[in-house]
Design a protein around this ligand. Structure first.
Ligand SMILES: C[S@@+](CC[C@H](N)C(=O)[O-])C[C@H]1O[C@@H](n2cnc3c(N)ncnc32)[C@H](O)[C@@H]1O
Length: 441
């Protein structure tokens, strides 16, 4: 036996760890009895745990020697293996506290003072909140999500507490029919084309369900969706590239309506298979309320530009607060739906990259709403916001760590007037933020 193999087979040492904090993935980190530092997923600050060291700084939880008072029994049988949730072992009030503390600390680290604003978090039902799940068909027939930390392995799901039971049953029924028909699963390694993902999306306030099958160029028989309750729209997203594992492809409309509907506030929004929609519509409602209330108090309300507007959620929901509104978005499907969602309202939409927007008639617009992807604002946009300041900016961020950095970059020109967190993602480390920036006088 060579040394390498001996090394691999040697049982790794057990360590007692005093968990002190959570890292950015929400995993406990603490000091070992030997004086080192170890990360231990599924632990809580204050706990003393026994961990098996698997890498230099990483351990696997073996037993809890002194549990936290905030430890609870996870609701889902797949918790700990499934890559979907990371915090089901922490009581919900404590999850909210950790999210607030983390964002508060981020503002401190980026030297943006929070002394004049309070940091509150809004929350609702911590389970069954998601409107979208991308179920994976693995080459061995497993149907579910990836295993936590293992892109090369999938967990077969029998339940998912982030979806209502009826929606989960719809997904499982589609999988049952797939098995009955003996349809092939894609195997990238052996270049076998087949099924890759089932994306299930739903209107939480309408009941609509949209199914999208991400596949190679396969023919899908209607028996896969025939008679499924609430399913109003079916797509195939064709992705013939066996090299990637995206849950996306060229859309073919197979059956029903070309979109599903969601209702937020007084408005109905049509959502297409490749358009973004906020993942937790109950929270999206609260975010829209907050944005409306904040905008209502702006001293001037000439015009609003909504950058990264998607299907028009904010642009349309705020349209009665401003004399004119324009939305900018780079996804053509989303822009077409935004125009449709506008109905008779005079809101305009432009399809292009936000960083290529050349700010025409900018003197007519005194407010800006930005809701960029996790990567934050393009540097060109940050520069424009400094040289062409708006009176008011609403910064919506699904990644406050990055959002606060952008706010810090704008801090010479804008002050922070209000900030609120919205727990769109219970049982995970993620949180949504809306900040109101006011031009300094
Ligand atoms: C976080 S979503 C927000 C969408 C919308 N505000 C909402 O609440 O539904 C970000 C949006 O930005 C779009 N996007 C991503 N990169 C972009 C870019 N460079 N220029 C314009 N839009 C972009 C995405 O297609 C997506 O619709």
């Amino acid at each position: 036996m060579n040394n390498d193999i001996q090394q691999k087979q040697k049982p790794q040492p057990l360590r007692v760890v005093h968990i002190e904090t959570l890292n950015r993935k929400g995993q406990g980190v603490g000091k070992t009895d030997a004086g080192g530092k170890l990360t231990a997923p599924y632990t809580i600050p204050g706990e003393i745990v026994e961990v098996r060291k698997i890498r230099r700084r990483e351990g696997v939880l073996q037993q809890i020697l002194a549990p936290s008072p905030h430890r609870v029994q996870p609701a889902c049988r797949h918790f700990g293996v499934c890559g979907g949730c990371s915090w089901q072992h922490i009581d919900y009030a404590r999850q909210l506290q950790y999210k607030c503390d983390r964002v508060f600390q981020r503002f401190l680290d980026c030297a943006v003072p929070l002394d004049r604003v309070s940091l509150e978090i809004e929350s609702a039902d911590p389970f069954e909140y998601r409107n979208r799940m991308d179920f994976l068909w693995w080459h061995n027939g497993r149907f579910g999500l990836r295993e936590r930390g293992k892109w090369y392995s999938a967990v077969n799901l029998e339940e998912c507490r982030l979806l209502p039971e009826a929606v989960m049953q719809t997904a499982l029924e589609v999988n049952r029919r797939v098995k009955e028909l003996g349809l092939p699963y894609r195997d990238g390694k052996h270049k076998i084309p087949g099924l890759r993902y089932l994306i299930i999306r739903r209107g939480v306030f309408t009941g609509d369900i949209q199914l999208s099958f991400v596949t190679d160029s396969l023919r899908l028989p209607p028996v896969l969706w025939d008679g499924l309750e609430h399913v109003n729209s079916v797509y195939q997203l064709v992705n013939d590239n066996l090299e990637n594992d995206n849950s996306d492809g060229e859309p073919i409309h197979l059956w029903g309506e070309p979109f599903y509907r969601e209702r937020i506030g007084e408005r109905e929004f049509c959502v297409g298979p490749r358009s973004f929609f906020q993942p937790n519509p109950v929270m999206a409602n609260r975010m829209v309320d907050f944005a409306r209330q904040t905008a209502a108090a702006f001293k001037t309300k000439q015009g609003l530009i909504d950058l990264y507007c998607g299907i028009g959620l904010f642009a349309l929901s705020l349209s009665d607060c401003f004399e004119k509104v324009i939305g900018v978005e780079n996804n053509a499907e989303a822009v077409a739906l935004a125009k449709r969602n506008a109905g008779g309202s005079p809101v305009r939409f432009a399809c292009l990259e936000a960083e290529k927007w050349d700010w025409p008639d900018s003197q007519d617009y005194d407010a800006l709403l930005v809701d960029p992807p996790r990567t934050g604002l393009h540097p060109k946009i940050i520069e424009t916001l400094k040289t062409k300041p708006f009176q008011n900016i609403l910064y919506v961020s699904c990644n406050p760590s990055r959002g606060v950095e952008d706010i810090a970059a704008l801090f010479d020109v804008y002050e922070l007037s209000a900030v609120k967190l919205f727990d769109q993602f219970p049982q995970t480390v993620h949180v949504e933020m809306i900040a109101h920036l006011l031009r300094k006088s």
